[in-house]
Design a binder for this molecule. Sequence first.
Ligand code: 13P
Ligand code: SF4
Length: 338
Amino acid sequence: MTPDPDTAEVRPAATGFGPDSVSVPPPGDPATFPALQAEIRELAREHDAVILAHSYERPEIQDLTDHVGDSLSLSRLAASAPQSTIVFCGVSFMAETAKILSPRKRVLLPDIAAGCSLADSITVEQLRSWKAEHRGAVVVSYVNTTAAVKAESDYCCTSSNARAVIDAIPADRAILFLPDMFLGLWLQRVTGRKLTIWLGECHVHAGIRPSDVEQWHRELPGAELLIHPECGCTSQVIEAVGDDAHILSTEGMVTYAQQSKADAFLIATETGILHRLEEKAPGKRFVPVNREAVCQYMKLTTLEKVRDSLRDGIYEIDVPTHTADRARIALERMIAIG
Ligand code: 13P
Ligand code: SF4
């Protein structure tokens, strides 16, 4: 089935906990940040902990650590970090991934409510019935999935290596791709493979529409367009502007902006990335095409919660051994590719 994003009936969140049900703390007082950051770094030393942060986290959380990145680089860091504790400033599927890759380490998630609407768009039961309808197909799951869904998958991928993962699968094998339909449609386009795609979406990226990009493209015609493949606008923007659009993971955007000769960029992803872009490519201009593109789950993590997490050992993430052992196979293939 090839979904048409305009008419597709997107699967509702499987858990029933939508992003509106989380209560995002207000911005903290910047005057308190240096002392809290120093306290957290000291606690991290005492507890032999490494702090990992996704680039959608609040700026003060990104500034806390040198280990800021996208899902793939953070998974690799989690697997190789020598420390015995990992504090994951991100969302629950990322902390679960870290635990699966490093089962002997203690993995802490500072706010247990930090979920992901995309991961919620498919349950393991739904995946089992989908597989039963497509026996023999290779299952490729985006890393934004629960551990149980990963355990039912052949490969995982992230936005930075999804294309390489699809290319690594023999051409005669049918592929089920889940759960993001916009990423799936883009992969069909760039790999030339026919994929059977689950109709899931991330509420933040699905909300970035072609009109957001078109409006800014008119206003800043010289700016380069950097688009995350989860965006609802991806296919139509490529149709409209062709090679002017660069479809990239969050870390891919940072690397691209650093190397490009352009000095202005339109950014189509969650707005937390702006802090990292401005830090890593100083002097360049970054304009979000939609300022409302904010992931409530990522913004749940505050410095106070990271401090409490390290001090009190909360919330420790565990994945049942049987699930973790099966999910690790798909994740290790992801880590090895691209
Ligand atoms: P990246 O892998 O590009 O960091 O994306 C993760 C994510 O959650 C995007 O919404
Ligand atoms: Fe999930 Fe979307 Fe938030 Fe990424 S931005 S963590 S896909 S809800």
